[in-house]
Design a protein around this ligand. Structure first.
Ligand code: SF4
Length: 256
């Protein structure tokens, strides 16, 4: 059996992200319970009540998430959808913010759990911002379709690459699966959901030629809306993961 993929190091063996999604769900989900590390109100989006979930199906070299992404079996507590909803609302009320989200990992892992949380959010006026890497939305059209009834969900799908080679290099997942997030965008458009596309196209990580290919692909898909272009920030875990993967971009950025 293949070992569970952790952070990327030079010479790593690319993995199947769908298989990693399944393996991670085995570790982080029990029925409709899911592992979380903490809940708080974060400063982004002008204040958003956030549940930090555990685990992802990618291994991005620039990822800021704590080490629970790579070692989801360690510690953390399981929460029911009702407990998560209560915590999210508690912190939203405490800081008087109208937005909720699940971050700290890939929120779409644990379909049953997420859909139940969203059912509860749907009984309120809160806006739920669903940040995703789009892998499962490309693979599972039914998942996307089931989000239609959740009127107060807004999706932010973040692309990591414009080519299979870039995808493999920066996420650790096999290049064969590179189209899944684009398929996710197609599914979101066809289901008429509210969303926008973000991309980690920091020039220190993505060559301009790949950036252009990514933008052309989006146009070809019929996506002409807002494209949120991200820069890689020097969070402690991002720097550590980049260094372990053999990238020293912050030294270079500091020199420029
Ligand atoms: S950046 Fe997002 S998609 Fe990539 S490994 Fe981190 S949590 Fe997963």
């Amino acid at each position: 059996m293949e070992p569970y993929p952790r952070y990327i190091t030079p010479g790593f063996k690319p993995f199947d992200p769908l298989e990693l999604a399944r393996k991670t769900e085995e570790i982080t989900c029990q029925g409709d319970l899911k592992k979380y590390s903490k809940f708080l109100c974060a400063g982004v989006y002008q204040g958003i009540s956030t549940g930090y979930t555990v685990g992802c199906c990618l291994r991005c070299i620039f990822c800021w998430v704590n080490w629970s992404r790579d070692f989801p079996e360690k510690g953390m507590d399981f929460y029911s959808p009702q407990q998560v909803f209560k915590k999210l609302v508690f912190y939203a009320k405490k800081k008087n913010v109208p937005r909720l989200r699940i971050s700290g990992g890939e929120p779409t892992l644990g379909k049953e759990h997420l859909l139940k949380v969203l059912d509860l959010v749907n009984t309120t006026d809160y806006l739920f911002i669903l940040e995703t890497n789009g892998i499962l939305f490309g693979y599972d059209r039914d998942y996307v379709s089931k989000l239609k009834k959740h009127k107060n969900v807004y999706i932010r799908l973040c692309l990591k690459a414009g080519t299979p080679e870039g995808f493999e290099k920066r996420t650790g997942a096999k290049g064969d699966f590179f189209e899944l997030p684009y398929l996710g965008i197609k599914n979101l458009m066809e289901e008429n959901l509210k969303f926008h596309v973000a991309c980690m196209n920091d020039p220190a990580l993505m060559p301009d030629s790949e950036n252009q290919i990514m933008k052309k692909k989006l146009k070809k898909l019929g996506y002409f809306d807002y494209l949120e272009e991200e820069f890689c920030d020097p969070y402690y875990t991002s720097v550590q993961r980049l260094e372990k993967a053999g990238y020293h971009i912050f030294n270079q950025k500091n020199r420029d």
